[in-house]
Design a protein around this ligand. Structure first.
Ligand SMILES: NC(=O)c1ccc[n+]([C@@H]2O[C@H](COP(=O)([O-])OP(=O)(O)OC[C@H]3O[C@@H](n4cnc5c(N)ncnc54)[C@H](O)[C@@H]3O)[C@@H](O)[C@H]2O)c1
Length: 360
């Protein structure tokens, strides 16, 4: 199999995680990073330092899309630039791996969904949390109904404020509503909105409150009560906090015959990782996250001791494998739309102070 030749558009902070994933996948012979665009050439230098030399370096993303050596485009610019790049990728017909959120506003998210579906291009969205072995184990427990039906859940999802004023070295577009479209909920916890929809099915109604304690034009605090179509109810609390380095998601799920508590981070082997399963009349089962990860990697045909530090590795591996086998990659634009629809309903609810229906 010939490696999938990738072109990056945007070489900022999270592009470094993509580059780390690509470095390993290049060693696997699955992908090759052949082109990168960023108006700031030092960004391309940083990516090359991680992933290795890049043949084609551009200022504009359109040149990556047009480059004959690029088989698939990886879109990693600030969110407000996604729409125009996606329209151009769709016109080229090339497969696309795009970062979340798709766009700052739900209208544009809807337009992007339609453009991608009309073009029929292969598209995967950067919800790498779905590839976390602990989340995958929970998904198996939910689907198998081993603990009975899901009753409800509580999810607390937080991260340090990823903006230059709070953590030096970051860009600051995330704290500006005109540029980002939303704060903790849209920019960060859209991962959780995707996970909740993936785990517990489509959502239909949400009641939400938001706050902007740090004083930016986007929220740093959001509290949601979420109703899923099949009856599951739960709470999501999303926070951008001031504790540098902190990023953590804690989810408690209540089943008819058991409970599961998981804590996860974005890094592979993070010290916070944990999974506890409790069943009636039995001793609590505390799973070893490292054993869980090794088993998960082995089940996917990976070396269990492979030195991987970001789940973007598994996400890019899935993208390259799907394209090689001619299957549609996931999570796809429909999945992203469902997560965005939940965020959109939450923002409408926070504005109206009423529960709001999730759009379809
Ligand atoms: N999946 C995740 O966990 C995750 C994590 C962080 C960020 N993200 C998303 O990734 C995207 C990028 O975030 P970031 O933190 O890397 O931002 P960033 O500000 O650190 O970097 C963005 C880079 O894009 C470049 N850029 C700006 N306009 C461009 C254009 N038109 N063409 C090409 N390059 C351009 C900038 O010069 C910069 O180097 C955002 O949509 C963000 O929400 C996803």
């Amino acid at each position: 199999m010939k490696p999938l030749r990738l072109g990056f558009i945007g070489c900022g902070m999270i592009a470094q995680a993509h580059a780390a994933a690509v470095r390993l996948l290049q060693a696997d012979g699955l992908v090759q990073l052949v082109a990168a665009a960023d108006p700031d050439p030092t960004g391309i230098d940083r990516i090359a330092a991680i992933a290795g030399p890049i043949d084609h370096r551009y200022e504009h993303g359109r040149d990556v899309i047009a480059c004959d050596d690029v088989d698939a485009v990886v879109l990693i610019t600030p969110t407000r630039f996604h729409r125009d790049a996606i329209v151009a990728v769709c016109a080229s017909g090339k497969p696309l791996f795009t970062e979340k959120p798709l766009a700052p506003t739900f209208d544009v998210v809807t337009e992007i969904r339609d453009v991608i579906e009309d073009a029929g291009i292969a598209c995967q969205v950067g919800f790498q949390s779905r590839f976390h072995p602990i989340n995958r184990r929970l998904a198996t427990l939910v689907a198998s109904r081993e603990l009975g039906a899901v009753m409800g859940y509580a999810l607390r999802d937080d991260q340090y404020w990823p903006t230059g004023d709070v953590v030096a070295g970051h860009t600051s577009w995330r704290s500006d509503r005109a540029e980002a479209g939303g704060g903790a909920l849209l920019e960060h916890s859209i991962h959780s909105c995707d996970l909740l929809t993936w785990l517990f099915g489509p959502t239909e109604r949400v009641y939400a409150t938001t706050r902007s304690v740090f004083g930016y034009s986007v929220e740093d605090t959001a509290a949601l009560t979420i109703h899923h179509v099949d009856g599951v109810v739960g709470n999501l609390v999303s926070i951008f906090n001031g504790v540098e380095g902190r990023e953590e998601r804690r989810l408690e799920v209540f089943f008819e015959r058991g409970t599961v508590e998981i804590t996860t981070d974005f890094l592979v082997g993070a010290p916070e990782d944990s999974m506890l399963i409790q069943r009636p009349g039995q001793a609590p089962e505390r799973l070893d996250p490292s054993a869980l990860r090794r088993a998960d990697f082995a089940a996917q045909g990976l070396d269990p001791d492979r030195e991987v530090w970001v789940y973007q590795y598994l996400a890019h591996r899935a993208f390259a494998s799907a394209l090689a086998s001619g299957t549609a990659p996931t999570p796809n634009v429909r999945d992203a739309f469902a997560a965005h629809a939940l965020v959109d309903a939450a923002y409408r609810s926070a504005a109206s102070n009423q529960p709001e229906q999730v759009r379809r």
